[in-house]
Each structure stands twice: as structure tokens, then as C-alpha cells.
Design a protein around this ligand. Structure first.
Ligand code: SF4
Ligand code: SF4
Length: 427
């Protein structure tokens, strides 16, 4: 598969009309000035260059050799969380441009020219040596979380479902019990479940988000081959980042298997009447849509066409390109589960579904620019607290980690739950 370069986005760079819609959620969705902005990089650094609009302009100037990568430019390029909020806003409000793809291409270009952040190099080294992007973790410890659970080992036998926990769930000791409980729940739902065990490795999604396209491609190709060989029919993952990589990025590279986030799997079982929540969980909650489960969790739609100009002026595509505006992401499954649990009442935040605000973990910024990432998480926590609910719930271990870290910073705490913890309580 041929990777696109910055030069492939020239028409889009020229076609961006500088309208700035990419900095805001759509006008008809705005409920307050406080939570109207959508681009964390632009909101934190307070320069237009940090928005998708500015990135198009900077990318065009680089492509035209009018601008070099200075230290400031490098920071700007890497500060994009790859959250995709600009992408949805641009497609809803204006044209069918691809700001997110362009942001990634700009990162790949700056990396190609030798400008990376030290923390990114450490992550990439760990990926090469230990098969994970989480520094200090070891390949040999990959399957420790699953000891004693009685899984099928897909290297030796067949199963219908391949369970893919991902690095964060697999290595983070604070999440181990939630993960083990989840798997026990799935086994109780009579899921025919297997794992890759020690041969599992990182999905590489975070490498793609950071612009390390070669490293992502290598990781994805190894994983696709391993996954196809298992003969499983469905992959289930509890991680939003893995979900996006497996469902969108791997599909683009030829993976044909059905990919479900665990909330979709559980929602399906509830609808089939195979699972009933019997124990009340009495609390009001608000729900945070993970970027890579929500707007970036929409299915991959292939398009093979060409770009052309009408009257040598207006850029267009033949045939029409699909408009991936995030509307088909996974929003209902987690809400259905919350509604099905007796005692839970959901109160929504202002920026939800495809207009959700990022948790700060995207693009590896949690590691490479921690102060900025924590500010982003803090903004989401402030929005969650404005709902006056008892708890903040999400469905991604990365979001959970960022939000949990930010939650007590203003002196007022608020419990943060993975939806799976509430599911376990309700059964
Ligand atoms: S919304 Fe799209 S066209 Fe408008 S400034 Fe942003 S990237 Fe450019
Ligand atoms: S992907 Fe997110 S952080 Fe990056 S420019 Fe778009 S809205 Fe801003």
C-alpha cells in the first residue's frame, strides 16, 4: 500500500478557505461559549497555526519550500492530538477536505526531515524491541494479566472470538482487575474466546497518530498476518485506540474480519437477551466519547477515484468521495448499556458524540507534551463537573488514565469509571 506524502495534499491545502469552522463544534450544537471550541491544540497554544486551518497553510508553505521546520514549527506539528475534531467540523460545515489525514502527513514529513521529540523516540524504540509503545514494558510480561483465566491459545487452537486487550489494558496494573473481570463476563456470556498471548503486540495505532507511518505499516502488516492465521471470525477489544487501528487502519490494509469494541459486543448480547443487568447501580453519570471509538470509529469506506479540476479552477473528485463525518461512530452502544443498567441516569455533557472533546492522550501527547495533555484532560473534567453528576464514565483505558489524573486537580474530585466496571457491578 502506497503511503501518501505531503505533496498529495496540495489541492486540499489550496482549497482550505480559512473559514475557521474547524476550531468549533457546529453552531447549532453550541450551548455555551465555555465549551464551544473543539481543537485542543488551538485552544491551548492560542495561535491559528495550531488549528487545522493553520496546519494546511503551514503544510502548503513547506511543500512550496517557503518555510522550514524550526523548533516552534516542530512543536506545532507534533501538538496535534489526532483527535479528528477538526476533520468532522470541516466536513460538516464546509468541504470534503481531510484535515486529519493532512495533519498526519505533516507529522510524517517533519519526522522524515529528522524533527522528533525525545519521548517519541523512546516510545518507538520500545515498539521495536518490546512490541509496545509504553516505555519500560517487556514483551515477556505481555500475557501476565490473563494467567489462570483459561483462555484458548489461538496459536494452538481455534476460537470464534479473538480478544485483543491492547498495551494499556494489558500492562497497566491498576486496570488488571477490570480486564480480568471483563473477560470473565464475556466467558459467562458463552463467548468462544481466545487470545494471542505472548505473541500479541501493539496495534501500532499510536505510532500512526504520531506520524510514524513506516513503523505503523510494519506493525500492522505483522499483526494482520497473525490475526488472519487464527481463523477467528470476530475481534473484540476493550481499547478505543486498538479499535480504530483494527477497524479502520487495518481494514484499509486488507483485514476483512469483523472488529467490535467490547461495548458493542455486550450491547449485542443485551439485545439478544443473553445478558440482563439485575443489580442496581444507583448514580447519575456523564459519558465521555473516546475520539477513536466515536468519530474515528466509523467503518472504513474504500474509495478509488481521481482528483480533477473543473474549468481549471474548482477541485473535485470523480467519482464522489465518501464524506467520513464521524456520524457512524460508536455512540449508541455505550449509552444503551448505561440505560439498561437499573439505577443509572445519564446526563450528557455539551460536547458529545462526533463533537466530543479529546481526553488529551491522542497523538502520543500524553507522553511527549504532558503539561498540554493534562490541560486538555482538565478541560474535559471541568465539562463533566458542570453536569453535576456523581461520576464520569468512559470506554477507553487511555481516556480513563488521562481523566483520572486530571480529576482532582481543582481540589474537587469525581470518580472516573470504565463502563466495564459498571457492567461488572450490575450483573
Ligand atoms: S473548516 Fe476546513 S476549509 Fe475551513 S479553515 Fe478549517 S480546514 Fe479550512
Ligand atoms: S486533530 Fe484535534 S488537535 Fe489536531 S488540529 Fe484537529 S482538532 Fe486540533
Amino acid at each position: 500500500m502506497k503511503e501518501k506524502t505531503l505533496a498529495d495534499y496540495k489541492a486540499m491545502q489550496e482549497r482550505c478557505c480559512n473559514c475557521s469552522y474547524c476550531k468549533w463544534i457546529p453552531l447549532d450544537k453550541i450551548k455555551s461559549n465555555r465549551f464551544a471550541y473543539n481543537c485542543p491544540a488551538n485552544a491551548y497554544f492560542k495561535f491559528n497555526t495550531y488549528s487545522a486551518r493553520g496546519r494546511f497553510q503551514a503544510g502548503l508553505a513547506v511543500a512550496n519550500e517557503e518555510l522550514d521546520y524550526t523548533e516552534g514549527m516542530t512543536q506545532m506539528v507534533h501538538s496535534c492530538l489526532s483527535c479528528g475534531a477538526c476533520d468532522v467540523a470541516c466536513k460538516i460545515s464546509r468541504y470534503n477536505l481531510e484535515p486529519l489525514e493532512h495533519n498526519i502527513a505533516l507529522k510524517a514529513d517533519v519526522i522524515e526531515k529528522g524533527h522528533t521529540i525525545l519521548a517519541q523516540k523512546v516510545m518507538l524504540n520500545t515498539l521495536a524491541t518490546e512490541g509496545t509503545l509504553i516505555p519500560n514494558m517487556k514483551k515477556a510480561d505481555r500475557a501476565v494479566w490473563s494467567e489462570g483465566l483459561g483462555f484458548k491459545d489461538l496459536a494452538k487452537e481455534k476460537a470464534e472470538v479473538l480478544f485483543f486487550p491492547g498495551c494499556k489494558y494489558g500492562y497497566d496494573k491498576t486496570l488488571k482487575e477490570t480486564l480480568r473481570t471483563t473477560v470473565s463476563l464475556l466467558l459467562n456470556m458463552e463467548a468462544d474466546l481466545g487470545v494471542l498471548g505472548e505473541s500479541e503486540m501493539c496495534c501500532g495505532g499510536r505510532a500512526w497518530q504520531m506520524g510514524f507511518e513506516k513503523e505503523f505499516s510494519k506493525t500492522a502488516d505483522i499483526n494482520i498476518s497473525k490475526i488472519q492465521k487464527t481463523g477467528a471470525k470476530i475481534i473484540v477489544t476493550p481499547c478505543a485506540d486498538c479499535y480504530h487501528a483494527l477497524k479502520r487502519l487495518y481494514a484499509e490494509r486488507g483485514l476483512t474480519m469483523e472488529v467490535l469494541h467490547v461495548v458493542e459486543y455486550i450491547d449485542r448480547k443485551v439485545k439478544e437477551g443473553r445478558v440482563t443487568f439485575t443489580k442496581p447501580v444507583n448514580m447519575t453519570v456523564t459519558y465521555h466519547d473516546p475520539c477513536h471509538l466515536g468519530r474515528q470509529g466509523a467503518p472504513f469506506v474504500p474509495w478509488n477515484g481521481t482528483e480533477k479540476k473543473i474549468f481549471n479552477q474548482i477541485h473535485t473528485w470523480e467519482p464522489r468521495r465518501p464524506r467520513n463525518n464521524g456520524a457512524n461512530g460508536i455512540y449508541d452502544a455505550p449509552r444503551n448499556i448505561l440505560e439498561a443498567i437499573p439505577g443509572i441516569r445519564l446526563v450528557e455533557m455539551e460536547r458529545i458524540r462526533e463533537y466530543s472533546w479529546c481526553c488529551g492522550a491522542g497523538g502520543g501527547c500524553g507522553q511527549s507534551m504532558p503539561a498540554y495533555a493534562e490541560w486538555v484532560a482538565g478541560d474535559r473534567v471541568a465539562e463533566a463537573k458542570s453536569t453535576a453528576t456523581d461520576a464520569l464514565v468512559t470506554a477507553c483505558p487511555w481516556c480513563n488514565g488521562m481523566l483520572s489524573k486530571a480529576v482532582g486537580k481543582d481540589g474537587e474530585t469525581m470518580p472516573v469509571y470504565d463502563l466495564l466496571e459498571l457492567v461488572a457491578r450490575a450483573l
